[in-house]
Design a protein around this ligand. Structure first.
Ligand SMILES: O=C[C@H](O)COP(=O)(O)O
Length: 225
Protein backbone atom coordinates (compact mmCIF):
# COMPACT_ATOMS: atom_id res chain seq x y z
CA UNK A 1 0.00 0.00 0.00
CA UNK A 2 1.47 3.31 -1.08
CA UNK A 3 0.26 6.09 1.17
CA UNK A 4 2.10 9.37 1.52
CA UNK A 5 2.76 10.56 5.06
CA UNK A 6 0.10 13.25 4.59
CA UNK A 7 -2.44 10.65 3.45
CA UNK A 8 -1.60 8.37 6.39
CA UNK A 9 -2.02 11.30 8.80
CA UNK A 10 -5.61 11.72 7.60
CA UNK A 11 -6.36 8.19 8.83
CA UNK A 12 -5.33 9.15 12.33
CA UNK A 13 -7.29 10.19 15.36
CA UNK A 14 -4.34 11.55 17.35
CA UNK A 15 -5.31 10.31 20.78
CA UNK A 16 -4.64 11.48 24.33
CA UNK A 17 -6.98 9.61 26.66
CA UNK A 18 -4.67 9.02 29.61
CA UNK A 19 -6.46 9.79 32.87
CA UNK A 20 -3.34 11.61 34.06
CA UNK A 21 -3.22 13.91 31.00
CA UNK A 22 -2.35 17.48 31.98
CA UNK A 23 -3.14 20.68 30.13
CA UNK A 24 0.45 20.70 28.87
CA UNK A 25 0.02 17.19 27.45
CA UNK A 26 -3.22 18.22 25.74
CA UNK A 27 -1.47 21.31 24.29
CA UNK A 28 1.31 19.10 22.95
CA UNK A 29 -1.23 16.72 21.38
CA UNK A 30 -3.02 19.62 19.67
CA UNK A 31 0.29 20.97 18.35
CA UNK A 32 1.32 17.58 16.96
CA UNK A 33 -2.07 17.07 15.30
CA UNK A 34 -1.83 20.45 13.58
CA UNK A 35 1.82 19.88 12.56
CA UNK A 36 1.00 16.56 10.91
CA UNK A 37 -2.61 17.45 9.90
CA UNK A 38 -4.25 14.36 11.40
CA UNK A 39 -7.97 13.60 11.03
CA UNK A 40 -8.77 14.50 14.62
CA UNK A 41 -7.58 14.96 18.17
CA UNK A 42 -9.36 12.44 20.42
CA UNK A 43 -9.62 13.29 24.12
CA UNK A 44 -11.71 12.77 27.23
CA UNK A 45 -14.76 15.07 27.55
CA UNK A 46 -13.14 17.43 30.06
CA UNK A 47 -10.61 18.58 27.43
CA UNK A 48 -12.83 19.02 24.38
CA UNK A 49 -13.43 22.74 24.77
CA UNK A 50 -9.69 23.39 24.94
CA UNK A 51 -9.02 21.11 21.97
CA UNK A 52 -11.75 22.76 19.96
CA UNK A 53 -10.26 26.22 20.64
CA UNK A 54 -6.77 24.96 19.79
CA UNK A 55 -7.90 23.43 16.49
CA UNK A 56 -9.98 26.41 15.34
CA UNK A 57 -9.20 27.30 11.73
CA UNK A 58 -7.57 23.93 10.98
CA UNK A 59 -8.93 20.84 9.20
CA UNK A 60 -8.33 18.67 12.30
CA UNK A 61 -11.58 17.69 14.04
CA UNK A 62 -12.06 17.72 17.81
CA UNK A 63 -13.19 14.23 18.88
CA UNK A 64 -14.45 13.13 22.32
CA UNK A 65 -15.05 9.72 23.87
CA UNK A 66 -18.25 9.20 25.86
CA UNK A 67 -19.42 6.38 28.11
CA UNK A 68 -15.72 5.65 28.18
CA UNK A 69 -14.10 3.21 28.77
CA UNK A 70 -16.68 0.80 30.21
CA UNK A 71 -19.88 1.68 28.34
CA UNK A 72 -22.07 0.75 31.29
CA UNK A 73 -23.70 4.14 31.84
CA UNK A 74 -27.43 4.78 31.50
CA UNK A 75 -28.36 5.78 27.95
CA UNK A 76 -29.62 9.15 29.23
CA UNK A 77 -26.16 9.87 30.65
CA UNK A 78 -24.51 8.93 27.34
CA UNK A 79 -26.90 11.28 25.52
CA UNK A 80 -26.30 14.10 28.00
CA UNK A 81 -22.54 13.59 27.72
CA UNK A 82 -22.86 13.61 23.93
CA UNK A 83 -24.75 16.90 23.95
CA UNK A 84 -22.18 18.41 26.30
CA UNK A 85 -19.13 17.41 24.24
CA UNK A 86 -20.70 18.63 21.00
CA UNK A 87 -21.68 21.92 22.63
CA UNK A 88 -18.02 22.12 23.74
CA UNK A 89 -16.91 21.72 20.11
CA UNK A 90 -16.65 17.98 19.34
CA UNK A 91 -17.25 17.15 15.68
CA UNK A 92 -16.77 13.43 16.28
CA UNK A 93 -17.97 11.28 19.18
CA UNK A 94 -16.68 7.80 20.10
CA UNK A 95 -19.08 5.87 22.38
CA UNK A 96 -18.72 2.50 24.11
CA UNK A 97 -21.62 0.05 23.75
CA UNK A 98 -23.30 -1.65 26.71
CA UNK A 99 -21.08 -4.72 26.60
CA UNK A 100 -22.89 -6.70 29.32
CA UNK A 101 -26.23 -6.31 27.59
CA UNK A 102 -24.69 -7.48 24.30
CA UNK A 103 -23.29 -10.58 25.99
CA UNK A 104 -26.69 -11.26 27.62
CA UNK A 105 -28.31 -11.24 24.18
CA UNK A 106 -30.29 -8.07 24.86
CA UNK A 107 -29.72 -6.75 21.36
CA UNK A 108 -32.71 -4.40 21.51
CA UNK A 109 -31.14 -2.60 24.50
CA UNK A 110 -27.75 -2.32 22.79
CA UNK A 111 -29.30 -1.01 19.58
CA UNK A 112 -31.49 1.52 21.43
CA UNK A 113 -28.44 2.79 23.35
CA UNK A 114 -26.53 3.30 20.08
CA UNK A 115 -29.52 4.85 18.33
CA UNK A 116 -30.16 7.36 21.12
CA UNK A 117 -26.55 8.57 20.92
CA UNK A 118 -26.54 8.49 17.10
CA UNK A 119 -29.67 10.65 17.00
CA UNK A 120 -28.13 13.16 19.43
CA UNK A 121 -24.86 13.25 17.47
CA UNK A 122 -26.50 13.65 14.07
CA UNK A 123 -28.97 16.29 15.31
CA UNK A 124 -25.92 18.48 15.89
CA UNK A 125 -24.11 17.59 12.66
CA UNK A 126 -21.34 15.47 14.20
CA UNK A 127 -20.41 11.86 13.49
CA UNK A 128 -20.53 8.77 15.69
CA UNK A 129 -18.05 5.94 16.15
CA UNK A 130 -19.21 2.96 18.20
CA UNK A 131 -16.65 1.04 20.24
CA UNK A 132 -17.50 -2.64 20.60
CA UNK A 133 -14.43 -3.73 22.65
CA UNK A 134 -13.56 -6.88 20.70
CA UNK A 135 -11.18 -8.25 23.36
CA UNK A 136 -14.20 -9.01 25.58
CA UNK A 137 -16.30 -10.60 22.81
CA UNK A 138 -16.66 -13.94 21.04
CA UNK A 139 -16.71 -13.84 17.24
CA UNK A 140 -20.51 -14.19 17.30
CA UNK A 141 -20.75 -11.24 19.68
CA UNK A 142 -18.40 -9.16 17.50
CA UNK A 143 -20.64 -9.85 14.49
CA UNK A 144 -23.82 -8.93 16.42
CA UNK A 145 -22.17 -5.77 17.78
CA UNK A 146 -21.23 -4.70 14.25
CA UNK A 147 -24.76 -5.39 12.97
CA UNK A 148 -26.31 -3.42 15.85
CA UNK A 149 -23.93 -0.53 15.20
CA UNK A 150 -25.10 -0.38 11.59
CA UNK A 151 -28.78 -0.72 12.58
CA UNK A 152 -28.37 1.91 15.30
CA UNK A 153 -27.37 4.44 12.66
CA UNK A 154 -23.73 5.08 13.61
CA UNK A 155 -21.06 6.18 11.14
CA UNK A 156 -18.18 3.93 12.22
CA UNK A 157 -17.68 0.75 14.20
CA UNK A 158 -14.50 0.84 16.31
CA UNK A 159 -12.49 -2.11 17.57
CA UNK A 160 -11.40 -1.11 21.08
CA UNK A 161 -11.02 1.47 23.81
CA UNK A 162 -7.32 0.73 24.32
CA UNK A 163 -8.12 0.41 28.03
CA UNK A 164 -9.13 -3.28 28.28
CA UNK A 165 -7.26 -6.57 27.79
CA UNK A 166 -5.87 -5.69 24.38
CA UNK A 167 -6.54 -3.38 21.46
CA UNK A 168 -7.02 -3.70 17.71
CA UNK A 169 -6.27 -6.97 15.94
CA UNK A 170 -6.01 -7.43 12.19
CA UNK A 171 -8.24 -10.51 12.23
CA UNK A 172 -10.96 -8.56 14.06
CA UNK A 173 -10.83 -5.73 11.52
CA UNK A 174 -11.20 -8.35 8.76
CA UNK A 175 -14.21 -9.89 10.53
CA UNK A 176 -15.75 -6.44 11.04
CA UNK A 177 -15.21 -5.55 7.36
CA UNK A 178 -16.79 -8.84 6.28
CA UNK A 179 -19.76 -8.15 8.57
CA UNK A 180 -20.48 -4.51 7.73
CA UNK A 181 -19.73 -4.72 4.01
CA UNK A 182 -17.48 -2.55 1.87
CA UNK A 183 -18.98 0.88 2.58
CA UNK A 184 -19.52 1.18 6.34
CA UNK A 185 -16.56 2.75 8.11
CA UNK A 186 -14.25 1.01 10.59
CA UNK A 187 -11.86 2.51 13.13
CA UNK A 188 -9.04 0.38 14.54
CA UNK A 189 -7.70 1.61 17.89
CA UNK A 190 -5.46 0.51 20.69
CA UNK A 191 -1.94 -0.89 20.51
CA UNK A 192 -1.08 0.41 17.03
CA UNK A 193 2.47 1.62 17.56
CA UNK A 194 4.37 1.11 14.31
CA UNK A 195 4.02 1.95 10.62
CA UNK A 196 3.72 -1.75 9.79
CA UNK A 197 0.86 -2.16 12.28
CA UNK A 198 -0.91 0.94 10.97
CA UNK A 199 -0.61 -0.28 7.37
CA UNK A 200 -1.81 -3.77 8.32
CA UNK A 201 -4.96 -2.30 9.89
CA UNK A 202 -5.68 -0.24 6.78
CA UNK A 203 -5.06 -3.23 4.53
CA UNK A 204 -7.52 -5.24 6.65
CA UNK A 205 -10.20 -2.62 6.08
CA UNK A 206 -9.76 0.20 8.60
CA UNK A 207 -10.76 3.70 7.49
CA UNK A 208 -9.51 5.41 10.64
CA UNK A 209 -6.86 4.62 13.26
CA UNK A 210 -7.01 5.62 16.94
CA UNK A 211 -3.39 6.13 17.88
CA UNK A 212 -1.42 7.81 20.64
CA UNK A 213 1.88 6.99 18.86
CA UNK A 214 0.92 9.04 15.79
CA UNK A 215 4.12 11.10 15.72
CA UNK A 216 6.32 7.99 15.94
CA UNK A 217 4.37 6.30 13.13
CA UNK A 218 4.28 9.37 10.89
CA UNK A 219 8.01 9.98 11.40
CA UNK A 220 8.58 6.34 10.40
CA UNK A 221 6.47 6.93 7.29
CA UNK A 222 8.39 10.12 6.45
CA UNK A 223 11.71 8.33 6.76
CA UNK A 224 10.46 5.59 4.42
CA UNK A 225 9.21 8.02 1.73
O1 LIG B 1 -8.49 4.96 20.69
C1 LIG B 1 -7.68 5.06 21.49
C2 LIG B 1 -6.70 4.24 22.18
O2 LIG B 1 -6.87 4.40 23.56
C3 LIG B 1 -5.29 4.56 21.79
O3 LIG B 1 -4.49 3.51 22.23
P1 LIG B 1 -2.90 3.55 22.11
O4 LIG B 1 -2.42 4.46 23.22
O5 LIG B 1 -2.46 2.14 22.33
O6 LIG B 1 -2.55 4.08 20.77
Amino acid sequence: MNLTTAELAKYMDHTMLKPEATEAMIDQTIKEAIDYNTASVCVNPYWVKKVSQGLAGTTVNPCAVIGFPLGANATAIKVAETNQVIDDGAKEVDMVINIGELKAGHDDVVEADIKAVADAVHAKGALLKVIIENCLLTDDEKIRACQLTVKGGADYVKTSTGFSKWGAKVEDVKLMRKTVGPDFKIKAAGGIHSLAEAKAMIAAGANRLGVSASVQILEEAKAAE
